[in-house]
Design a protein around this ligand. Structure first.
Ligand SMILES: Nc1ncnc2c1ncn2[C@@H]1O[C@H](COP(=O)(O)OP(=O)(O)OP(=O)(O)O)[C@@H](O)[C@H]1O
Length: 255
């Protein structure tokens, strides 16, 4: 871990309407190597926070610094990639290949480099056979992997995943876990209601409620704190309940 944060969010606030505050004077630092799970009840501002960090929305106050540069609203920044909760917001080209090529092409890379990156991303995610398909003909899980391939092809250093396991079956969910765990992306922010997934892929967890950070720490400590979780409308994950842990230990010993 270097001393300088990859991302430094300083006292940002934001509301979609003048009189509301969805994000409330929030500060946050993310460091290289961190895979940060953002958890919290519905409507608590996780997606909104991501839209601010990626420069889609502008905070009403405060500042966001990404790799030493101030995030400017509406300005394409290849250092940050976001996999949207709703993949239909992300996939809009006639074919998967063109969708995956969209980001690197916008970065002004040569055709050869774009081709190399697209083919490589499709291969890493195991979706080469989808390359000529129309994105709107894909299944939910295939769309998710295609959207991830697009971000992967940009080689963004900080990648944001908003609810990446939603609509994924067990096979695609496992594929995603393996991909994230072997990924070389510098840092990740991952929001999810799938807390077992968060436990498998994150090394830090931030609990957000009403646009504020209410806890920040090691995944097992935060997710294993029953009182904290219940106070914010969440449940301790099944795998952290003592008899389940004992059962896992028992099975491991028996193997
Ligand atoms: N475009 C918009 N206009 C007005 N209000 C919005 C808009 N988008 C989101 N909101 C409101 O902002 C609040 C935070 O929404 P956000 O999507 O950031 O929450 P979230 O934590 O990601 O929720 P979830 O877990 O359900 O995905 C919600 O009350 C939502 O209704």
């Amino acid at each position: 871990m270097t001393n300088k944060p990859v991302l430094k969010v300083s006292q940002i606030s934001f509301g979609y309407n003048r009189n509301e505050k969805i994000i409330n004077n929030l500060s946050l630092e993310i460091y290289s190597g961190e895979r940060v799970g953002i958890i919290g009840p519905n409507g608590t501002g996780k997606t909104t926070l991501f839209l601010l960090i990626s420069g889609v929305k502008k905070p009403s106050s405060g500042e966001i610094i990404l790799y030493d540069k101030k995030v400017k609203v509406g300005k394409f920044n290849p250092n940050i990639g976001m996999v949207f909760q709703n993949t239909d917001d992300q996939l809009f080209c006639p074919t998967v290949w063109e969708d995956v090529a969209f980001g690197p092409t916008n970065m002004g890379l040569s055709r050869e480099e774009v081709k190399k990156r697209v083919n490589n991303s499709l291969k890493i995610l195991g979706i080469e056979k989808l390359k000529d398909k129309a994105p709107h003909h894909l299944s939910g899980g295939e769309k998710r992997l295609a959207a991830i391939a697009g971000v992967l092809a940009m080689e963004s250093k900080l990648v944001i995943y908003d609810e990446p396991t939603s609509n994924l079956d067990i096979r695609y969910r496992r594929k995603l876990i393996n991909f994230i765990n072997s990924s070389k992306q510098d840092a990740m922010l991952i929001s999810s209601h799938d807390l077992e997934f968060i436990l498998e892929v994150c090394n830090r967890v931030i609990l957000l409620d009403e646009g504020r950070i209410v806890a920040d720490g090691k995944p097992k400590e935060i997710l294993g704190d029953e009182n904290l979780m219940e106070a914010h409308g969440l449940e301790k994950p099944h795998s952290l309940i003592p008899h389940v842990i004992d059962h896992h230990e028992y099975i491991k010993k028996a193997e």
